[in-house]
Write a protein that binds this ligand. Structure first.
Ligand code: NAP
Length: 249
C-alpha cells in the first residue's frame, strides 16, 4: 500500500493504531470514522446547499484512499438528495492513489440512511460500480428500488430518522468492521449524540463561505458544560488544505 506524500496510508489499522484496532472486535459494532471537509469558518456547504468542491484534488484523492480502507461509506438522505454522490472508490486521476486494497477486498458498501426511501431509482449510488445498501424504516414504501442493484434493509425508527445503533448492528452482521461516515451534519449529529464516533477526520480548506451548514447539527450538546472535547492525534498538510485527526476523549 502506498502512502500519500502527507503521510496517510489507506489502511484502517494504520489510521486507528494497531493496538486500538485489535480491540475493535470487542466493540461488537463497527469502528466509526467521521470525515468532513470545511472552510476556515467551519462551513461544509454554501447557503444554497452546494458543497462540491470545498477542498483540493489532493484532499479528495486522500478521501478515496480512506474510503478504501473501510468496509462501508455511509451518508444521510439529505446528502443523497443534495449531492447525488456515487460514493464508490475511484482513482480521481491521482497517480499516488493506490487502489490495491479495493482490488483485493472489493469495493466498500455504499450506504444511504434514508428513513422514507427518498433515494430515487436514478440515484448515482445505484450505479453498479459497488455494492449498495439503502437503509429504510420498516414501514417505508421502497417498491421503486425493487430491481435496482441495491439491498434495501429495514432498520427501526428512532426519534430522528433511523436508529443509529441498529443500523451499525445491521452493518456489523454483514461483516462491516469500519464505517466511513461522510455526513452530512444531521446524520453525523446523531452519531455523535449516541457517542458512536471513534475518529474525526476534518479537512480544512483555506477558504471562506460566511454562511451555510457546519460539520455537525444538533449533536445533543446545548451548553458549554456538555462540550465534547477531543484529543488531537495528527495534523498534516494535504496539498493546500489541512487535515486533522482527532478522537473523543
Ligand atoms: N463538506 C462536506 O464534507 C459534506 C459532506 C456531506 C454533506 N455535505 C452537505 O451537507 C448537506 C446535507 O446535510 P444534511 O444535514 O441536510 O443531511 P444528512 O445529514 O446527509 O442527512 C440527514 C437526513 O438523514 C436522515 N436520517 C435517517 N436517520 C437519521 C438519524 N438517526 N439522524 C439524523 N438523520 C437521519 C433524515 O432524513 P429522512 O428522515 O428523510 O431519512 C435526515 O434529515 C448538503 O448540503 C451536502 O452538500 C457536506
Amino acid at each position: 500500500m502506498s502512502t500519500l506524500t502527507s503521510g496517510l496510508s489507506g489502511s484502517i489499522e494504520d489510521l486507528v493504531g494497531r493496538d486500538e484496532w485489535a480491540a475493535v472486535n470487542a466493540l461488537g459494532r463497527p469502528f466509526v470514522v467521521y470525515k468532513f471537509a470545511a472552510t476556515l469558518d467551519g462551513r461544509i456547504a454554501a447557503a444554497d446547499g452546494t458543497s462540491q468542491w470545498i477542498t483540493s484534488p489532493t484532499s479528495r484523492a486522500e478521501v478515496h484512499l480512506l474510503r478504501a480502507g473501510c468496509d462501508a461509506t455511509v451518508v444521510g438522505s439529505g446528502t443523497q438528495q443534495a449531492d447525488d454522490p456515487n460514493l464508490a472508490v475511484r482513482g480521481n486521476d491521482d497517480p499516488r492513489l493506490d487502489l490495491s486494497a479495493v482490488v483485493t477486498k472489493g469495493q466498500p458498501y455504499r450506504v444511504v440512511v434514508d428513513t422514507n426511501a427518498r433515494t430515487p431509482s436514478t440515484a448515482r449510488v445505484l450505479e453498479g460500480t459497488a455494492p449498495t445498501i439503502i437503509a429504510v424504516a420498516p414501514d417505508a414504501g421502497a417498491d421503486h428500488l425493487i430491481g435496482s442493484p441495491a439491498e434495501v434493509i429495514r432498520v427501526p425508527r428512532s426519534q430522528q430518522g433511523l436508529s443509529v445503533p441498529d443500523l451499525l448492528q445491521a452493518l456489523y452482521r454483514r461483516g462491516v468492521r469500519a464505517v466511513f461516515l461522510e455526513g452530512g451534519p444531521t446524520l453525523a449529529g446523531s452519531f455523535i449524540a449516541e457517542r458512536l464516533v471513534d475518529r474525526m477526520i476534518t479537512y480544512v480548506a483555506p477558504a471562506l463561505l460566511g454562511s451555510g451548514k457546519s460539520g455537525l447539527l444538533d449533536a445533543g450538546i446545548g451548553t458549554m458544560a456538555d462540550i465534547m472535547r477531543l484529543e488531537l492525534l495528527d495534523i498534516a498538510r494535504s496539498g493546500p488544505d489541512l487535515r486533522l485527526v482527532a478522537r473523543p476523549t
